[in-house]
Design a protein around this ligand. Structure first.
Ligand SMILES: NC(=O)c1ccc[n+]([C@@H]2O[C@H](COP(=O)([O-])OP(=O)(O)OC[C@H]3O[C@@H](n4cnc5c(N)ncnc54)[C@H](O)[C@@H]3O)[C@@H](O)[C@H]2O)c1
Ligand SMILES: [Zn+2]
Length: 405
C-alpha cells in the first residue's frame, strides 16, 4: 500500500492571499522570516485579512534562512504562550519549515529534536492548531510537502523532518508574493524545483499519481525558469505553480541523493563564511547524480522519458541521458550558477577559486560522504552508493570531473 497526501485546500492565482479572510478560528500566529514579507506589505495584508476573519493575531518574526533548532524551540515557546488555533507561515522555505517544526513542539512540548527527526514518526497533530503555508519563493514547495529542513549548527548538518502529519492543511500559492524575488533567489529556488521533479520521477517510490506531476512540472520549469529569471512576470507566476506541482510529486514520491548531498554539504563549510545555498547545491550536483544513477537500467529509461518529454532528441537512452545532462548544465550557465563546489564563490556566483578550499574539502570528505549516505533522502534513490562511490561522486561535484563509475 502507498499513500498520497496533499493539503486539503490550495488557493492559487493572483490575490489568493485574500483566502485568509475565510478562515475560522480564534487566534492566529503568523511566522515570517527576516523582513521581506513586511517590507513588501504582505505581512500587513495577512494580518488585516485574519483580523477581518475575527481572529486575534500575533507575529513571530526573524526566522533566519536555513533555520536552526534554537529558533524552532523559541517559536514553539511563543506558541505555547499565545495558544493559537491557526499557524500561518509565510515566506520562503525557511520560515515555513521552521514553523512546521514549531507546530510539532507546540502540540507535543516534551518532544526532542532527535525524536522529531525519526522518519514518519511524528504523533498526530491538529489537536491544538491547523497549519496554513504561504510561499514567497518558487522552489521548496514546502507549502504542500511533508518535509521540514532544520539545521543543527553544532554539527553543521541539515536534518529533514519527514511525515505526512506536517503536510499543511491549507496552501496559498499567490504569484504576487514571488514577484519581489531577487534574480539570484529565482535561479536557486527554480533549480531546486527542477531537482525535486527529476529526483521524484526516478525515485524508487514513484507511482502513477506522482509521475504526471513530476513530468509536467519539468516541462514547465524548462519553459519558464530562465525567462522568469530574466524578468518575465508571467513566467514568474507560472514557475510559482510549477514548483508547487513538483512539490506534490516529491512529497509523495520522495527524493534522492542530490538532496542527500546538498543537505550534508550546505552548512559543512559555514566556518569559511558561507553556505552552499540549497538550490545552487542541487543545480551543481544534479547532472553528476544523473550520470551516476543512469548506470541503473530502470533509472536510465526514466531519464530517457524525461528527455523525450523535454523534446531534447537522442536516438537511444544513453544519448538521451547525455542530452539531459547537457541541457541542465546549460540552464546553470543561463542562471549564473557554477558547475562545481571548487568554482562556487561565497556570493554563490561562479569564480576561479570558490570559498571552499581544496584541502579542507578533502579532509572533511569521508565524514560528509558518510552523512550523505545516512540522509533520509538516500533510501529512495535508484542506486545506493557505497562510501567509496559517494566520496568519488562528491569529488566530481568539487572538481567538475566526469562520473564514469
Ligand atoms: N520543506 C521542504 O520540502 C524543503 C524542500 C527544499 C528545501 N527546503 C529548505 O528550504 C530552505 C530554503 O528556502 P528558500 O529557498 O525558499 O529560501 P529562504 O526561505 O531561505 O529565503 C532566502 C532569502 O530570500 C528572502 N525572500 C524570500 N521570499 C522573498 C521574496 N518574495 N522577495 C524578496 N525576498 C524574499 C528571505 O527573506 C531570505 O533572506 C532551506 O533550508 C532548504 O533546506 C525545504
Ligand atoms: Zn530541495
Amino acid at each position: 500500500m502507498a499513500r498520497f497526501t496533499l493539503p486539503r485546500d490550495l488557493y492559487h492565482g493572483k490575490g489568493a492571499l485574500e483566502a485568509l479572510k475565510s478562515f475560522t478560528g480564534k487566534k492566529a500566529i503568523i511566522c515570517v522570516g527576516g523582513g521581506s514579507m513586511k517590507r513588501f506589505g504582505f505581512l500587513d495584508k495577512a494580518i488585516s485579512y485574519l483580523e477581518e476573519a475575527g481572529m486575534e493575531v500575533k507575529v513571530f518574526e526573524g526566522i533566519e534562512p536555513d533555520p536552526s533548532v534554537e529558533t524552532v524551540m523559541k517559536g514553539a515557546q511563543a506558541m505555547l504562550e499565545f495558544e493559537p488555533d491557526w499557524i500561518v507561515a509565510m515566506g520562503g522555505g525557511s520560515p515555513i519549515d521552521a514553523a512546521k517544526a514549531m507546530w510539532i513542539k507546540y502540540e507535543y512540548p516534551d518532544i526532542t529534536f532527535e525524536e522529531m527527526c525519526k522518519v514518519f514518526g511524528i504523533p498526530a497533530l491538529r489537536k491544538k492548531a491547523h497549519f496554513c503555508a504561504i510561499s514567497s519563493t518558487s522552489g521548496t514547495a514546502t507549502e504542500v510537502t511533508a518535509f521540514s529542513i532544520i539545521t543543527d549548527y553544532s554539527k553543521g548538518i541539515k536534518y529533514p523532518i519527514a511525515d505526512f502529519e506536517i503536510t499543511p492543511d491549507v496552501a496559498i500559492v499567490d504569484p504576487d508574493l514571488a514577484e519581489t524575488m531577487p534574480q539570484k533567489l529565482v535561479a536557486h529556488t527554480g533549480m531546486d524545483a527542477m531537482t525535486h521533479s527529476v529526483e521524484a520521477y526516478v525515485s524508487t517510490a514513484n507511482c502513477d499519481y506522482t509521475d504526471p506531476l513530476a513530468l509536467y512540472s519539468i516541462k514547465m520549469i524548462q519553459n519558464d525558469l530562465v525567462k522568469s529569471y530574466n524578468g518575465d512576470m508571467e513566467k514568474r507566476a507560472s514557475m510559482h505553480n510549477a514548483q508547487c506541482l513538483a512539490g506534490m510529486a516529491f512529497s509523495n514520491a520522495l527524493l534522492g541523493i542530490v538532496h542527500s548531498m546538498a543537505h550534508k554539504t550546505g552548512a559543512a563549510f559555514a566556518d569559511f563564511g558561507a553556505h552552499i545555498i540549497h538550490g545552487a547545491a542541487n543545480a551543481m550536483y544534479l547532472p553528476k547524480v544523473i550520470a551516476f544513477n543512469a548506470k541503473n537500467e530502470t533509472a536510465k529509461k526514466r531519464y530517457g522519458v524525461i528527455a523525450d518529454f523535454m523534446e531534447l532528441g537522442g536516438s537511444n537512452d544513453d544519448e538521451k541521458v547525455e542530452l539531459l545532462i547537457k541541457y541542465l548544465r546549460g540552464m546553470n550557465d543561463d542562471l549564473n550558477i557554477p558547475h562545481c563546489i571548487k568554482n562556487y564563490g561565497a556570493d554563490s556566483y561562479p569564480t576561479e577559486q570558490g570559498f571552499v578550499p581544496e584541502d579542507v574539502f578533502l579532509e572533511r570528505l569521508p565524514e560528509i560522504a558518510k552523512n550523505a549516505i545516512g540522509d533520509a533522502c538516500t533510501g529512495s534513490n535508484p542506486r545506493i552508493p557505497t562510501q567509496e562511490e559517494m566520496e568519488k561522486l562528491l569529488k566530481c561535484c568539487y572538481y567538475d570531473t566526469e562520473v564514469d563509475f
